[in-house]
Structures are given as structure tokens and as C-alpha cells.
Ligand binder design. Sequence first.
Ligand code: CO
Length: 377
Amino acid sequence: MRALDVAPRLDRLRARLDDAGVAALIVTNLANVRYLTGFTGSAAVLAVTSGGSGGSGGSGGSGGPGRALLTTDGRYRTQSAEQIASARAPVEISIGTTQAQRDAVRSLLAGVGPIGLEADHVSWSDSRQWGELLGDVVPTSGHVEALREVKDEGEIDRMAKAAAIADAALQEVLPMLAERVSEEEFALALDTAMRRNGAESTAFETIIAAGPNSAKPHHRPTPRIIAAGDPVVVDFGAAFEGYRSDMTRTFFVGGEPEGELARVFAVVRDSQARGVAAVAPGIGCKEVDSVCRAVIAEAGWADRFEHGTGHGVGLDIHEAPTVSQLGTATLAPGMIVTVEPGVYLPGTGGVRIEDTLVVTEDGSRPLTNFEKTVAVV
Ligand code: CO
């Protein structure tokens, strides 16, 4: 497995901060902290000063330009030192109480401004506290998230591994669908199989939705017994070294679907295949959504596809870019997105099919490779 390329990320962030006219960024989102430093603990703040050309006081403080300080508490003294050394991230560490951590950040950023907060992740009360501590704070949005959109080779390898674990786990437990187990029992078996195959955890709470429940896109598993004739939506993923996979398959228990659900399955299958074929560098995320939506609209179910076509995946299960009518990003090599159209008929059932794809130089490559089997007998 190729290594994660953590060390250059801070300088990429600094270039963005310079462009935005921000002299420093307080990173409080833990996935962003992990991305920039390699540190995986459950509590940390990362203060990053820009390259120095942005803002008004970039070189005026005691910190000066181009520094990064991770603050955390005593529980993570050893772990933070080990992980940051292993990532070769140019980051200083300060360990202490909450007050000591704040003092360390204030000292680094003395005279520096404006200082960006991650507006999408900071609570109202936290933003007020940071303002009282640091003075010139401003809201910023999406700086680290934009870097995270394009994965390096090490990240792609970990996501491919997560997806392969999920594929193998589903292969193992799929026959259970025909053995009159409940949604909950099947979810537990699938989750356990992922762990046995090397997942550190599930990527998110597994969705098993059988019969009429399959018409609820984000149904939670219940004691309902999965029976012959049921459509079963299986939406799940594995996490491996922090990186997540995401895949959905819809199966029919006891044989091929009949009637309206047979048509729903064929339309969703076609919509998903066309969406996958559209994924390529230079294509807008909105366009991929339009391709999937057009197939479903043509079949007369435009109002039964009530969610976006997909999303970025990585350290978070849902991250930039958004693949929907609201998606403004253009696909580029190294981005990883899902394509997951669905049609849901309340009272009857639903179908969703999803793959996670890495954008390549000339198209895309699926990381999720489980066959799109229809019938489980
Ligand atoms: Co998804």
C-alpha cells in the first residue's frame, strides 16, 4: 500500500489562505486535523499560519509565517508525537489543559490577523470564545475540504482496500438473505464480516431495508423478517485506516422482481450505469446528476428520486464534492465520488444502486466491484 503524502498538505493550505487574505486558520474539524497532520485523536486544535503574504499581520506576531501548532491534552501526548513524526508533518505540538492549549494558540497567533475559523464546524459559542481569545477572527469555509477533494495515491489505496473489504463481506453473507433473517440480523452479520475482513469499523450505520421499508432511502434495520418477494436495499461500507467505502445494492429475495418493481430496477440500473459512464475529468458534478435524473424522469418517476445522485467520500462518508443539482465542482483526476440514483414507491418498495468511483485521466474506475445481482434464491 502506497504511503499517505501528508507533509505537503500544509503548504497547499497556506496557498489557499494567502489567496483568501487570511493570515491563519484555526482547524477544529477532526477529519481536517487528521488530514493535515496524521493525528487521529478525539480532541485537538490545529493553528496554521499562512505563507505570510496574506492578511495584515502575518509576520508581526511571535509566531511568524509558515508555522503549524497542534494542541491536545495529556491523553494524546505519546500518540500525537508518534503520528506526527510518522506523517513527517511539519507541525509543533503543545500538550496541556484546555486553558494551556488556548494560551499556546494565542501566543502563536499574537499580532496575526485576520484569523479564519472553520465556519461550517464551529458552534456559535465556540466562535465567540475564539473571538474573545484571538480578536480578529473571520468565518471561512471549505479550505481544507477543497484540498481533500482530490485524493493522493495512498488515500486511493486505502479506499480501494475499504471497498474490497466490503465486497468480500457481502459475498460471505449474501446467502443469508434467503434464510428468513431479520433486517437487524443481516446488518449485524454484514458488519461482523467487514470487521473480520479487516475493517476498523463500518463506514456508517449499515442500511438494510426490506419489503416496503426499501421505499425509505435511509431506513434503519428493524426486526422485520426478510421474506420471499422482498426487495432488499443494502447500503453499507467499511472504514480502513480512516478512509471509507460506500456501496448500495438492491436484491430481490426468491427470484427476479415482477411487475412495477421489475421496471423500477431496470430504470435505476440504467440510470446508474449512465451516471457512471458520465464520470470523467472536466465534467461538472451537476451534469452527472442530470444524466441520472433524466433516465428516471423519462420513466415517469422524476418525483420519486428525491435525493442527490452522489457525494465525495474519504475520511468522511459524505464530503465534497456534492453530486447534485447544487454541485458546483468540476470532476478532476483523483476525486472519489459515488453515483447512487434511486426510485422509491411508498408502500411498494424502492431500488437504489451505488458505486464509489475514482476519477482517472480519461474516465473513472470503480472501487466497489460487487456484481449487480438481482435475485437471491
Ligand atoms: Co452514498
